[in-house]
Each structure stands twice: as structure tokens, then as C-alpha cells.
Ligand binder design. Structure first.
Ligand SMILES: [Zn+2]
Length: 166
């Protein structure tokens, strides 16, 4: 045995590449097609009345199809967030930046997106935000059509208004 073999292994570099195809399904396909037109589309559960975005075609609580489509505004509130300060391989955004749980007006679940055009230290729970869309010629079937969200300047939402959506 060499001396190197007796030293503890602390890191291993392994080049990895994954190539895969994502099959969106009916509900997500309609959501992604709406995004190509600059629209946000949710689906409402016929039983519990919750609105899901992005829709998956069924309610995970009630186990029933969610056929009713609901157009949603491109604005809402920050329910929670984190400030990213630690650089990582391939990061493309200037640090620090804010990754937030965004609850669109009329929706019952959040999705993750960026909050910018405000210092990270000033982002807060309940802050009203609106989408900043990429130029139309860049739109595709992706939530990346929205570059980020920014504050609207409206008064913050009361905690009671979003406490069930954290
Ligand atoms: Zn339901």
C-alpha cells in the first residue's frame, strides 16, 4: 500500500451528464402553452376548490381530476424566501439573490421564483410582487418567460392571508 492510500478520501471529482426527455402530460402542456402566450393558467379542484399552479391534472388531497381551468394574474405575494449568498458551480445570477415562494393571486399553492429589483435584505414575507416578463420574442413553453418578480409597492399582505400557504 502506498502512503496515499492510507489518507482519507475527502472528495471525488466525477463528470456526470444526464440527458432526459420530460413528458409534460395534458395539464402541464396546457399550462406551458399558455405561458407561450404570456398567460398563467391554474386548475381548480371541484371538491376542495383549491387552485393549483402549475396544474398537474388532479388534486393530491382529494384524488380527483382538476378539469376547471383558472386564469391567474401575474402578481401575488412572497410567502417565504431565502437569500442565496454561497456561490456554486454554474451560478448565473449576481449574489446575493432571493429565491422566493410566490403565491399568485387566486392560487392556493406556491412556486419558486426570483425576486429582484430590491435589495435582498429588504425582501419580506407578505410583500406584494409582480412578474417581469422577458421580451416576447424570447417566450417559450417555460416559466423562464418570467425573468423575475419585483415589488409592486402595494402594502404587504397580512400573515393571516397566506399562513396556510407556507
Ligand atoms: Zn381537492
Amino acid at each position: 500500500m502506498s502512503q496515499v492510500a492510507s489518507e482519507p478520501v475527502t472528495a471525488v471529482e466525477t463528470p456526470i451528464r444526464l440527458q432526459y426527455r420530460y413528458t409534460a402530460g395534458h395539464a402541464t402542456t396546457r399550462f406551458l402553452r399558455a405561458l407561450t402566450e404570456g398567460r398563467l393558467l391554474g386548475q381548480r379542484c371541484p371538491r376542495c376548490r383549491k387552485v393549483y399552479v402549475p396544474p398537474r391534472g388532479s388534486c393530491p388531497t382529494c384524488g380527483v381530476p382538476t378539469d376547471e381551468e383558472v386564469p391567474l394574474a401575474d402578481r401575488g405575494i412572497v410567502t417565504s424566501f431565502c437569500i442565496v449568498n454561497v456561490p456554486f458551480v454554474g451560478h448565473a445570477i449576481e449574489m446575493p439573490y432571493v429565491a422566493a415562494s410566490v403565491l399568485l393571486d387566486g392560487a392556493d399553492i406556491t412556486f419558486q421564483h426570483l425576486v429582484q429589483e430590491i435589495p435582498a435584505a429588504e425582501v419580506r414575507m407578505g410583500m406584494r410582487i409582480e412578474a417581469v416578463w422577458a421580451p416576447r420574442e424570447e417566450w417559450g413553453p417555460s416559466l423562464e418567460n418570467i425573468r423575475h418578480f419585483r415589488p409592486t409597492g402595494e402594502p404587504d399582505a397580512a400573515f393571516e392571508a397566506y399562513k396556510e400557504h407556507l
